[in-house]
Design a protein around this ligand. Structure first.
Ligand code: FDA
Length: 395
């Protein structure tokens, strides 16, 4: 009799995204009968839009210290056993061409569709059965089996995998469903919040709205965390890789420090003064930064004039302000614009080797649903692949 008729499986995986597909394919290829469930009508929707349509599928510098988690050591085991090189090997076996863009970030030369097609093929190889396009009505446990009700049918399995991600980008069907199910089975949740998300600036920083579209190479700092990447001014505030990165660490009502011109020495304006005393400060800073940005920053600082007429002390102060500019974000653009969610199912209740819940044998949590969140740049997919494989090999 077919599995679909009996509704009995070896494992039911909830969520056909990056982690869920990887887990289902891995388990299926080990001979497990797997049902992969998603309320969306197609698999891997976030993969398709990722990396601007080219999917930044991994990062060759993957290491646990590039992830945020209440337990910074948790991700080590899975990341160590399924590495960026392992995923590159899979991509290569499918003949998918790729390139390194910057900072170890690997993208498809062609399209993210190739990664989804590859994962679908891996699921086919594992004989995975898909149940798409229907809401999950109920999840429960009884008589040693997990029970998942979809479209009036009750499916049962000794193993249930939570791979429905986090609530980032609800418009794409993202939900906090994994948290609800996890709580139902006694697991705890680390307070989730939007991450890799643009900042908003309040009315007192309205001056910067005129800079919408201007970008600059900066060093951004929050507490002891710092990133050297591009920042982008927007109509609502601050974006670009540097800002997205620091947003994952930022806490409300605290400032972020932005170093414009991070390569300049502390006394660079004094050197400029000696070299071209007749040049205006505005001209010197504009040449280093772009005119619009220089104008706005110098207007705020309130110093102008010819270099030769400005005191060394004043120039040192200007250089210091440019090198350590405090922005006080009013907030972020929230889950609607967040690439990922920080927080989630607490790692304290999970095995770092298998992703299985200690309190609920047979229950696994993987991917973004778990309190492991990577930096920008392919780290989040690598966690999805690695945690998916860890569970797929164990269940
Ligand atoms: P994912 O979100 O992929 O999958 C969850 C699945 O569960 C979805 O298919 C969803 O439909 C389903 N689901 C949710 N709720 C459900 C419910 N109640 N019932 C049934 N099904 C449900 N990362 C990276 O490393 N490189 C990149 O280039 C990018 N780019 C990027 C761009 C954008 C715009 C976003 C929003 C995100 C990224 N990311 C990224 C992050 C990356 O997409 C993310 O970390 C992974 O997709 C997480 O994989 P998961 O499988 O855990 O969740």
């Amino acid at each position: 009799m077919l599995d679909a008729d009996t509704g009995i499986w070896d494992a039911i995986v909830l969520g056909a995204g990056a982690a869920g597909m990887m887990c289902a394919a891995t388990a299926g290829q080990r001979g497990k009968r797997v049902l992969l469930v998603d309320h969306a009508d197609a698999v891997g929707k976030k993969i398709l839009i990722s990396g601007g349509g080219r999917c930044n599928f991994t990062n060759i510098h993957t290491a646990a210290d590039r992830y945020l988690s209440a337990n910074p050591h948790f991700a080590k085991s899975a990341l160590g056993r399924y590495t960026a090189q392992d995923f590159i090997g899979l991509v290569d076996r499918y003949g998918i061409a790729w390139h390194e863009k910057t900072l170890g970030q690997l993208f498809c030369d062609g399209s993210a569709k190739q990664i989804v097609a590859m994962l679908e093929e891996e699921c086919v190889k594992g004989g995975v059965t898909l149940a798409l396009g229907q809401p999950i009505a109920d999840v429960d446990h009884g008589e040693g089996l997990y029970r998942v009700t979809i479209g009036g049918t009750v499916h049962r399995a000794p193993a249930l995998v939570l791979a429905t991600g986090g609530p980032s980008i609800p418009k794409m069907g993202a939900t906090g469903f994994a948290y609800d199910v996890a709580r139902h089975f006694g697991l705890s949740i680390v307070q989730p919040r939007p991450a890799l998300v643009p900042f908003t600036l309040g009315p007192e920083e309205a001056l910067f709205q005129s800079l919408a579209g201007v970008s600059a190479d900066v060093e951004v700092r929050w507490n002891k965390t710092r990133f050297r990447e591009a920042a982008l001014f927007t109509h609502r505030g601050l974006s670009g890789p540097a800002m997205l990165q620091i947003s994952s660490y930022w806490q409300h009502r605290t400032p972020i420090q932005v170093g414009f011109l991070p390569d300049k020495a502390a006394d660079w304006l004094l050197a400029e003064k000696r070299e071209r005393p007749r040049a205006t400060l505005r001209r010197v800073v504009a040449q280093a930064l772009t005119e619009r940005l220089a104008d706005t920053l110098l207007e705020r600082i309130g110093v102008q004039g010819e270099m030769g007429n400005l005191s060394d002390k004043a120039l040192r102060q200007v250089a210091a302000r440019l090198g350590d500019w405090a922005f006080a974000p009013s907030g972020t653009e929230g889950y609607a614009k967040a690439e990922v969610t920080v927080g989630g199912i607490a790692t304290a209740g999970l095995s770092s080797r298998t992703m299985e819940a200690a309190k609920a044998p047979g229950l696994y949590a993987i991917g973004e649903a778990v309190d492991v969140t990577g930096w920008l740049g392919g780290y989040n997919f690598q966690w999805a692949w690695a945690s998916g494989v860890a569970a797929g090999q164990a269940l």
